[in-house]
Design a protein around this ligand. Structure first.
Ligand code: NAD
Ligand code: UGA
Length: 332
């Protein structure tokens, strides 16, 4: 089973801010850092007292002396007090998801992905935080041919969400040119999966369908491919981006497990031991046919390579779901 400890990193930071710490990626990151001895201030607008997903994501952190949780919206809260004495900021908060970004929710995408990043950049520069690591997205590449995407490729976002993530990145690159700027790293995460993955995402839904017998809605023909990246690998790359002596600019975090949705369905079916009832649906606007990361830069700058393959990653994801909900089960 995948373990968080698998990647060697340089010394853990002493004290950090993790934004989006009640979310899927942010909660894993905060947990690994706390286990390594880092004091983590986590901030998120979802309140674990009223939001069941936030409460579940934060449960491994509850009672940990190295973790302090603040419920606040980054669009208007005072950020500077959260940054005092921080060695690094991990700005993971944001509104994710490609397909819901069309229509009226765009304002929230813009506010949480661009305006909050501006506030984090301003506060980090004023306080003099040395390193800022920001969660960007493979979606900035848009439709690509069969080759792997390299960071120098021209971005061609095909959804409003991807436009906001590209704007977020570009804002970071602009701030990075200022004399007193932190060194800023924007990580392009590729379709992250594993325990506590958001319930709107494909691998969660495929496992859920196999484990509960509920149908799986498949958008398009299922031949679209994703570079599925396991959460522990993502956390390791993210920590390395804050701890290696020099790092800046844009870096892909992916490159391990490119597969089609139909291939994922086959693996899930064999792991769970139960067929999935598929409901074919139309392809969704903004979805790309293929993502594939070239991980060379991540290897050169961060000393990072993905370690967990899709089969092992889905196996761990399935076990986490089985432990979390009694109505999720494998075939006897
Ligand atoms: P998530 O929704 O589980 O976590 C994001 C968290 O940010 C949430 O808990 C949310 O409440 C918080 N947040 C949003 N706006 C906020 C605000 N204004 N103030 C305070 N908190 C706010 O999503 P995730 O899958 O963990 O994604 C985390 C980040 O990684 C996002 O920036 C997303 O764009 C990026 N990303 C995710 C993936 C993926 O596959 N999950 C891939 C590429 C990029
Ligand atoms: C994921 C995240 O949701 C984005 O926030 C992130 O920015 C992006 O990865 C990234 O890599 O940058 P996506 O690749 O669309 O986006 O991942 P899923 O939401 O898991 O969808 C993958 C594929 O499965 C898509 O083609 C989607 O249409 C399909 N899908 C999803 C279904 O067929 N059925 C579903 O119920 C859900």
């Amino acid at each position: 089973m995948p373990q968080h400890e698998q990647h060697p990193t340089t010394a853990a930071p002493r004290r950090v801010l993790v934004t989006g710490s009640a979310g899927f990626i942010g909660s894993h990151l905060a947990h690994v850092l706390v286990q390594a001895g880092t004091t983590v201030v986590g901030v998120d607008r979802r309140d674990p007292a009223t939001d069941a997903t936030a409460a579940a994501n934060l449960s491994p952190l509850s009672g940990q002396p190295g973790y302090v949780h603040i419920t606040a919206d980054l669009i208007n809260c005072a950020i500077e007090p959260l940054l005092l004495d921080a060695d690094a900021v991990f700005h993971i908060a944001g509104v994710p998801g490609v397909r819901p970004s069309w229509g009226p929710q765009f304002g929230d995408y813009l506010a949480s992905n661009v305006l909050t990043t501006h506030r984090v950049l301003e506060a980090s520069t004023r306080i003099g935080v040395p390193r800022l690591v920001v969660a960007s997205s493979s979606s900035v590449y848009g439709q690509t041919a069969n080759g792997a995407s390299v960071e120098a490729d021209r971005p061609q976002p095909t959804s409003p969400y991807a436009v906001t993530k590209l704007a977020e990145e570009q804002l970071c690159l602009a701030y990075a040119t200022r004399p007193n700027s932190p060194s800023i790293v924007a990580l392009r995460y590729f379709t992250v999966y594993g325990p506590r993955q958001r319930a709107d995402m494909f691998t969660h839904r495929a496992l859920q369908a196999a484990m509960t017998g509920q149908p799986l809605r498949l958008y398009g023909d299922g031949r679209q491919r994703r570079d599925f990246t396991y959460i522990d690998d993502v956390v390791a790359a993210t920590i390395a981006a804050a701890t290696v002596p020099t790092a800046q600019g844009v870096i892909n975090v992916g490159g391990g497990s490119n597969a089609s949705l139909l291939e994922v369905i086959n693996i899930v079916t064999s792991l769970v031991g139960r067929d999935i009832q598929i409901q074919q649906d139309r392809a969704r606007s903004g979805d790309v046919l293929l993502t594939r990361a070239d991980p060379s830069r991540a290897h050169e700058v961060l000393g990072w390579r993905p370690r967990v393959d899709l089969h092992n990653g889905l196996h761990a994801h399935m076990h986490a779901l089985a432990a979390q909900a009694p109505n999720y089960s494998r075939a006897a």
